[in-house]
Design a protein around this ligand. Structure first.
Ligand code: NAD
Length: 453
């Protein structure tokens, strides 16, 4: 497929106005849902090949999320895309003010590999709901999931509407040359910069869903058993290859030992062993080696094992970690949990404030003052109090980063807005003309304007 022609065909299709029709959008979403359902076994098979992800994990963290987003849009597209009447101000009286929710046009959607289906197709579902066309570039790292998505989309939708481009950096670099109406990127902060620069050349608006080091803080007032359970689940889900996984643990010194015992117990009972249905492997050798290199055996208090053949890394806890240790220098994106103790809650917040704004932050505490300080003092994309990860599961909440962890957000109506232009239009009747704004300009006209504003 010639990428330039693909882009031009999508531009032409968008200009034909067909994607603006609400029934068209609903039909495409229903069709996509039907295709995903009909191909579930293929989708399960491909992701298992890529990183041994179980059907349960794939359903709960990938397919169910896409089905639920499609259902949301089928129910809400008409409401979301309806023109909105806005009150007209005195200076414009008489007249009608409205906001029109207009699709942006031809979009480029670039996905990450760690939840390959939903991170690629959720923005596609949203873009379609908002009336756009999409050129889709999944991550090339999970080769099987990329191939299955290409088969499902390219065999069933016309390329001028939706098309999956397979390939790596070379293809993405080529794709980034065109003047899209929107680029939606999920991936690392490093590549996010490349995408943002390319978009800037064409003044293309972007949503950048990036990463970062997300802290989890446990204060002494927390329910430690619950904290251990929820941290272990959030950290080792997808073997730590989750953008909003708690990256490192900050625990109040006086409960440190007890919490680590409970975390260890929880890991043991979760059966995260090599080949377990409850766990996945590391995506590839490069990432495996990158994560293994961060293990400092002198600090390991649990785990530390790995198997290069199966790309398995055991859930690993490293205690007494220092801020300058290797594991604290970059997003881990693997199953290592570094632990740092603290004695002063406000000081630990100040320390987090000294780093780039993370994609997520989590607090386990039962003290209202601490909760309020956590929310008001720290800046992070999104987060939870007394839980991990689950803020992503409410589609009524926006999902996205801030600062280094991203630009913009999506999910539900927030995604719809990310793929729409809010176009204000003011309609003036021919009658009821006041001459205030027209020359000759006089003092008495100015006095009237003062009164009206
Ligand atoms: P990545 O940035 O390496 O790759 C993302 C995409 O960019 C892929 O499709 C890849 O083909 C493309 N790409 C890679 N190098 C490129 C280049 N030089 N030029 C143009 N395109 C290029 O990220 P990844 O390894 O797939 O994902 C891991 C990162 O993504 C982590 O930092 C994680 O936190 C973040 N992430 C964020 C979210 C979120 O929703 N905010 C979700 C998942 C992952």
């Amino acid at each position: 497929m010639n990428l330039q022609s693909l882009f031009q065909s999508q531009q032409a299709f968008f200009r034909s106005q067909q994607t603006k029709d609400i029934d068209f959008r609903k039909r495409q979403l229903l069709k996509l849902k039907g295709l995903l359902k009909a191909n579930e076994e293929k989708l399960y098979g491909a992701i298992y090949e890529d990183f041994a992800k179980s059907k349960f994990d794939t359903y709960t963290t990938e397919l169910s999320i896409m089905y639920s987003e499609i259902e949301y849009f089928l129910k809400n597209i008409s409401r979301l895309s309806k023109q909105e009447k806005i009150k007209t101000n005195m200076i414009n009286f008489p007249g009608k003010s409205r906001i029109y929710y207009e699709p942006l046009g031809c979009t480029l959607i670039i996905g990450a590999w760690n939840y390959p289906y939903q991170l690629t197709l959720l923005p596609v579902i949203t873009a379609v709901a908002a009336g756009n066309t999409c050129i889709i570039k999944p991550s090339e790292l999970p080769a099987n999931t990329m191939r299955v998505m290409a088969e499902i989309i390219n065999d069933n939708f016309p390329p001028e509407f939706l098309y999956v481009v397979q390939g790596g950096v070379e293809e993405t670099t080529e794709l980034l040359k065109f003047p899209y109406d929107k680029i939606f990127f999920t991936g690392s902060t490093k590549v996010g910069r490349i995408v943002y620069e390319a978009a800037a050349r064409n003044l293309t608006p972007v949503t950048l869903e990036l990463g970062g080091k997300s802290p989890v803080i446990v204060a002494k007032s927390a329910d430690l058993r619950i904290a251990a359970k929820r941290i272990v689940w959030g950290k080792f889900l997808n073997a730590g290859q989750t953008c909003i996984a708690p990256d490192y643990l900050l625990v109040e010194e006086c409960v440190r030992e007890r919490l680590l015992d409970l975390i260890t117990e929880r890991i043991e009972s979760s059966n995260y062993v090599d080949g377990s249905e409850n766990y996945v492997k590391i995506i590839n050798k490069r990432n495996f080696e990158r994560v293994v290199k961060m293990i400092d055996s002198t600090k390991v208090v649990y785990g530390g094992g790995f198997n290069q053949e199966t790309l398995y890394i055991q859930p690993t806890i490293m205690d007494n970690v220092g801020w300058s240790d290797a594991v604290m220098q970059e997003e881990i994106f693997g199953p290592l949990l570094p632990v740092i103790g603290f004695t002063d809650f406000e000081e630990v917040l100040d320390k987090i404030l000294s780093f780039e704004k993370p994609l997520s932050a989590y607090l386990f505490s039962n003290e209202e003052k601490q909760k309020s300080s956590f929310v008001n003092k720290l800046s992070f994309g999104g987060g939870c109090i007394n839980d991990t990860i689950m803020h992503i599961a409410n589609d009524k909440l926006p999902f996205g980063g801030v600062g280094n962890s991203g630009i913009g957000n999506y999910h539900g109506k927030f995604g719809f807005m990310a793929f729409s232009h809010q176009k204000p239009v003011f309609e003036k009747p021919n009658k009821g003309e006041f001459d205030l704004k027209y020359p000759p300009y006089t003092d008495s006209k100015k006095k009237w304007v003062d009164k009206l504003v």
